[in-house]
Every structure is written in C-alpha cells, then in structure tokens.
Design a binder for this molecule. Sequence first.
Ligand SMILES: C[S@@+](CC[C@H](N)C(=O)[O-])C[C@H]1O[C@@H](n2cnc3c(N)ncnc32)[C@H](O)[C@@H]1O
Ligand SMILES: [Mg+2]
Length: 925
Amino acid sequence: MAGGGKPKLSSKAVIHQKFGANAVYRIEEVHDSSDSGCPGLAIPRKGPCLYRCHLQLPDFSVVSTVFKKKKDSEQSAAELALDKLGIRPQNDDLTVDEAWDDIVGRIKHMFSDEFLSSEHPLGAHLRASLRREGDSCGSVPVSVIATFDAKINSRCKIINPSLESDPFLVISCVMKAAAKLSDYVVASPHVASLRRKNAYPSEIVEALATTHVSDSQDCRKVEAAYIPCDGEEVVELDAIDISSGKYYMDSIAERLCLKDGSQVMISRTLGKASCGSECRLYSALPKLKSSDNSSEVAGSSTEESAHTEKFRKNVRASYICGQDIHGDAILASVGYRWKTDDLDYDDVNVKSFYRICCGMSPNGIYKIARKAVLAAQLPFSFTTKSNWRGPLPRDILKMFCQQHRLAEPDFTVSTAPVKSLSDIYRSHKKLKVLESDDAGDEKEREDDTPRLKHGFRCEVKILTKSKDVVLECSPRKFYEKENDAIQNVSLKALLWFSKYFDELDVDGEQPNDTDDDQTANVASSGEKGVQSITNGSVVSICYSLSLEVDPEYSSDGGEEGSEGNEDVESEEDIENCEYSIDLIESNEEIEFEVGTGAMNSHIESAVTKMTVGEYASFNTTLPEYAEALILATVTDTARFRSLLSERPALVYSIILLGVKGPTEERMEAAFFKPPLSKQRVEYAVKHIKESSASTLADFGCGSGSLLDSLLDYPTSLQSIIGVDISPKGLARAAKMLHSKLNKEAGNVKSATLYDGSILEFDTRLHDIDIGTCLEVIEHMEEDEACQFGEKVLSLFRPKLLIVSTPNFEYNTILQKSTPATEEEKSESQLPKFRNHDHKFEWTREQFNQWASNLAKRHNYSVEFSGVGGSGGVEPGFASQIAVFKREASSSSADKVVAAENVEEGSLQPYKVIWEWKKDDGEKKD
Ligand SMILES: C[S@@+](CC[C@H](N)C(=O)[O-])C[C@H]1O[C@@H](n2cnc3c(N)ncnc32)[C@H](O)[C@@H]1O
Ligand SMILES: [Mg+2]
C-alpha cells in the first residue's frame, strides 16, 4: 500500500470489513479452577476471571484461548479466523520498507477528509490547528503526531531501533516519511510541523466550525511546574494559557520562549498530577537535521546563537523522563482525549515534580506507595509476606522498570538440585556493576548461606528494551516457596538500584550513630536507651514530622545580627521571636517490622525504646537529602523553601500504638534447628513408622504438614484423613496431597480431607489406628480443649493418640529477648503466649493433669514427652507431647457409647472437601 491508503487494520477490523454483521462474537467467562493447583477440590477459590471468545463466521467458527481482557480474546479469535482464511495477520513483523510504507500511509490518512472529524486525539489537534492564525493554520506539530500515534512510533522503531533511547528520532522519521508525500502534505524542513497541501473542502470546515463551541472569550489557565535548564535556579510554579481560542501547544511554546508549538517537544507520560491525570514534559525540540539539506528545524540561523544557550541539557528534566531534554522545560498535564475536543487538564505543582523525582528510585516508589515519603524506607530484607508492609518487591521492580523504560523483569525460577558451592558463589554476580561494590551485601551474605537443599531459587535479569543486560541477579539461596524466591530476588535487584539512585537519600545505616544529635525529649521517663522491642516485631505508630525554625537562626534575627544586641533585647522582642513549627508529613497509623530497615532510623531507634501508648518527641538536624523529599511532601513550596533556608530542625513526634511480637513460627525457627514445627512432625512420624497402623486421622491438620511428611517415608498406612475448619489450610493440604500422591503413594490407598470441627464426632473416623492433634488445642477455648479430649477418647477412640501443645513455662526462654510491653507487664509478670491466636497455654503440670485424668476416665494409658529443649532440664520441652494408648482390656462405658453412636450411623457432620483413591485418582465431592 505504498504511498497512501488507510493505516493497517486490526484482525477484528479486517473480519468486520469482510463479514460485517455476519461475524458474531460471543464472550465466555472462564473461572480458572486449575488455579487451585488441585483438581477436585470442593472449596470455591477466587481465581481471576478470564475470557474466551467464540467467533462464528458463515462457514466456520473459531474459539480463542483464554485472556485476561475481553478485547484480547476477540482479537485472538479474529486472528485465528484470518489464519483459517489464509489472510496474513497484521503484526509488527514488518520489513523496514513496509514500515516506511505504513508510516507514509498513516500520515496520508491523517490528512484525509474523513480523519478531520475523527474521534482520535490527533483529530482534535487537527481541528485545533485549523483555528490557528496565519501561516500555521492547519499545521500540526510533528511532535504531536509522534507522541499520539502509537503505531507510527512502533513503525519508526522498526526503521531505527535506537529510537528506544532517543524518541526525538521519531520526529526525523515522520518528517522523512512526509517528504514522500510532497503532493499531499507540506513538510517544511524549517518547521517541524505538517500541513495538508490542499485546503479541506469548505463544507467540512464550516461544519466543524459550527460544531465547535467556540467561546473565545473564556480565559483559562492551568498550573504547571517550570524546570529551568540552569540547575541553580529553582523549579517554580507556572501557568499555561489554555483559553479555548488558543492552541495549547502554542501557549506552551510561548512560555518556553519558542516561536510556536511546532518547536515544542513532548515527552512520554511521567507521573500523575494530583487528580490522577498524566503529566508530560514539554521542552524545546532539539535541532533536526534534514537528510535532504542541512537546514535545521528549531530556530533559523539568525536565532541560532540565542538558542545555543537554550540547548544545554536540562539535567533535572532529563532525569525524570529518562531522555535528553534541552533548555527550560515545563511539566504539565494537558491534552486531548478520545471523542472530545475539550481539553483535559489538571494543575501540576512543584510538589508533583519532586514526587516524580522521588518515584524514580525503588526507595522512592516504596515511600510514595506507603504514603510516608520522609518516614518509610525500602526494607533491606524480605521476611514473610505477612510481615512485609507496602507493595511487594516484585511489583516495585516492575514499576521501576516501566519508569526507566526497561523491559519487564525476566525471572527464572529453578528447582534444580543444589549446585556446587563454587558454582553458587560464582553465580552471584552483577553485570555492569563495579565488581568490588559488594560491601553492603556482607551482612546479608552471612544469613544467605544456602540452608535448604531443595526448594526454589530465582534469578532475575533486567534488560533494556533492546535486550542489553543492565543487571543480572542470581542469589544462591533456596526458598520453600516459589513466591518467596521471586520476592527476595526482586528485593535484591531493587536494593542494588536503590543504592545507585538514592545518592541524595541515604539514611544512616546504623540506627544508633545518629543518636548524638538527637535531643531526646521523651514525654514519660523510664529506662530510656534500652531497646525493649526486638527485631521481627511489627509495630504500629502514629507520627508527625515538622520543621521547626529557631528564631535565633531565622534570617532577620540571625546570629550575626544578634551579636552585641543581647542586652537591648526587650521582652516584647523575645515574645515575638516564637518558634515556628510547620507540619510536613503525618500518618495516623503506619505499621513496620523492626530490624528490616523499613523505617527512618531515627523513628525506629526511638520506637524500639518506647512502650505502648507512650508519646515521644525529639529534634534532629535536617539532613541534606531531606530537602527534596520535603518538597515532594508539602504543597506550599514557597513557604517551605524559605523555611529550609533558615536552618530548621526536623521535629519527630511519635505515639507507639501497638506491638505484635515476632510470630510463633519465626520465634521457634530462630531458636531451634530444625525448627520446632519440624521436630513435632518428625516426632509423630517416628511413632507412625514404628506402628503397624493402617488408618490415621490428623485432627486440625492445617495445611497438612504432617500428612506431607508422612508421605516421604514408607509406612503401613493405607488410609489418611485430615480434618480442619480452615478452608485455606485445607486447600493447601489438598494441593500438596494431590501432587504428592499422584507421584508416589506408597501403601496409601485413600486420602480424604474433611471440613469440620474436631469438637464434633463423625462416625467415619471411629476406631482409627492413630489420631494426631499437633498444636491445635491451644487454639480453642480451654473448656473446648477439654471437650475435645472427652470426645476423642470416648467416641473417636483411636488406638493411639498424639497431642502436642506449647509448654508455657518455656516461653521465658523464647521471649528472653522480647519482653512484654509495659502495659502487659503491669497486667501480669508472666510471659506472653507465643501466638496471638492462642486462647491458653499450659504449664507442664496443667497439661499432665488434663491428659492423665482424661486417660484414666477413658481407659487409656498416657506417656509424656516433647520436642525442643530437654525433658530433664528446667523448664522442660518447648512443645509438650502426650501419647495416649488405648488399653487392650477396654470394655468401658466409652465402648458402648461409641458403638451406639456409630450404629446410629447418622453422625457424619464433616464435609468431604477433597478425596483421592488409589485406582481412580481424585474424586469430586
Ligand atoms: C497451629 S495450626 C496447626 C496445624 C497442624 N496441626 C500443624 O501442626 O501444622 C492449628 C490448626 O487448628 C485448626 N483448628 C482450630 N480449631 C479447630 C476445630 N475446632 N476443628 C478443627 N480444626 C481446628 C486451625 O484451623 C488450624 O489449622
Ligand atoms: Mg499454636
């Protein structure tokens, strides 16, 4: 389609051209159940809603695969249909010549009669250009075409791949293509704008004039931020005239002292203005060398020298948009949308500029997302999802890559067996990174030694869009969960980028070395300086940060002026010299994990010494880096600029609202190797292996950690059952069992998961060989735990029952480094429970009493044991375990009660949530 015609059509448009109303699309919603990773699971899980499109044509029909967006499924179905029809699908696999032809075609179409009334934003520009006066009437700036026609942009990239790093080249490309249409459009080499050669038919122009509600009287301005090229000059609030009689590109040109809109270059979209509309940078178009002759676009030769100064690189503007910007620049949010000639605009202030600057670094993205620009910090370690506050590392990394126009992060997850240690160490490399720049990683490295011998490892590559490697990060650590591996490698990459982007924003690494300049002014006294909240705790605080100007240092009452005046200073003077305090940032409630670097070090070090409900306030001298961050937070830039020049102090005010101790799991994992949870499971597995049991029920199976471990060994078990009330836990257990049993089931012939409360009896679990109940009873009220004890031994009557629960006396050891808050201490001198969900925790004596009495009543014997620590040394095992054995001589009333209940046969309150049988795999509920 050389030299003209319409732009290439989408597959759907081609189908429409060929079949019109005879092409019938039907969208089907698909709820992806495979998402649960476990066929047959009877728990409804919320998967993403996907779409599949059925396209019916007169002779045949096609069905697309599933897509997240309806329109993608339609396009895919249309592509399939074109494929069947033997029509070459439209794609970007164009040759350079085809790309040129396409651009030429698109430009021609853009200046066609039809396009003038098009709903495309470019149509609005065309119409606006026709209202321009004089020579420029009907001329559309090439930067507008290059910016708002995405197809032209992508075609230009085929012609010149380096366009990716220098978008200005699109303009040269469009000019060159337009030169091929010399009969049709006027492309003056001196002016980067295009105009149709022949006038539009008068009736079209007239029709447009009547539809356009021209209210040339209205006078509107929109706020913008002016970024001078000279870095010494401050970024200031400015305004652009967007009155309806004016073409807004010309107004911007005016502000930039350029001739008209054709000399204005438009950047890609940057951050968002306060109301959410997109901002772009406007600046002078660099010189455009015409390939046909040597003339240049921006400015005639006489104006050249005046312009030279203007064409110095604008470092600040270049930084925020990642492309070279020359001369002064304007950050504004104004433009046309689809389907309307009304300008869409939004005020942009100086704060917007500083927020965009801040959001260029991973640290800044995290700060902005947490709405705590001064207080929050990108944590240096990813612990568990539950303790991570703010957007997840992978999402921040994606945003960062988008921001810097890099390709999407390329993750490679492997589950391969462990490599040799030397391999692993070698793989921890950073390309294009100074080799020796690893000092900051040392601390992390200690913790990073590969402990797991299996699991997931993840590498990430960050590439430019043209596939050059920017960073390759391959940590050697293995994680149990794939997601943890991905999040951790993302965080590693983010921390590396942060280091290079946050020169201005490095907070003290050690929280304590800045204490000297803190004038602690803590409201309540007490043992200050003693850290009472330990790493791993999640604290919740309310804080505010303000600037305080000491009148002694303020510009008119400064030190020099006050010299020798001390005697004459009247009381009135002193009264007038009030401290001014201006709020910068505040947060009613924000949570962070202590010890991960997630919070400004001043706040963290103060908070860890506070007690719940306490208020603290202290000043610090203002670090240099904070200036830009303050301007990113406040709206009254002028006032704060003046305050900042008066050597203000940064005042922190904090209330500690609450503390959640490190989780039971983390605490236990930190104290015991292998972790206590693993030791409990191993203890039970050992008993099971030694028995000749064929049926087992795990009461309160949770995510199935015991059932999981069992399947790693050959046992005599033929039927395994799990019961729980947590759908989440059961779903995880089902997923695990599904994958494990289908690989290697051993002797196991059936596996069933029930949704039900173990406080209720279900006849299907009567007379099993082994019952296990690990760390469950303390999650019930104490009387319920007693009720369970009664039910299990009188009705379920397993031959062997293993029950574990925390030994409360051991908590003093576990919590040695995590003392209670003052409030909790005053309530009781006893240690806290290990988990906020525990309803009680028993001492050894309480547990012994419960178990012994129970055993006696129901004709069982019981033995006590435990894991973690030692039974013979105070305070005993960390987890206490009772092993009940049914006495052979059992002929008690229990037997009768149980038999009666079983015979009734009606007691089956549990719901089968998932079931597996050896021969036919899973069965649906
Ligand atoms: C700490 S978890 C222990 C899970 C598993 N036994 C283990 O050791 O990994 C406690 C479990 O008890 C379950 N649970 C609490 N009350 C229950 C009840 N009345 N019936 C069934 N399960 C219950 C909870 O849903 C949770 O999954
Ligand atoms: Mg527990």
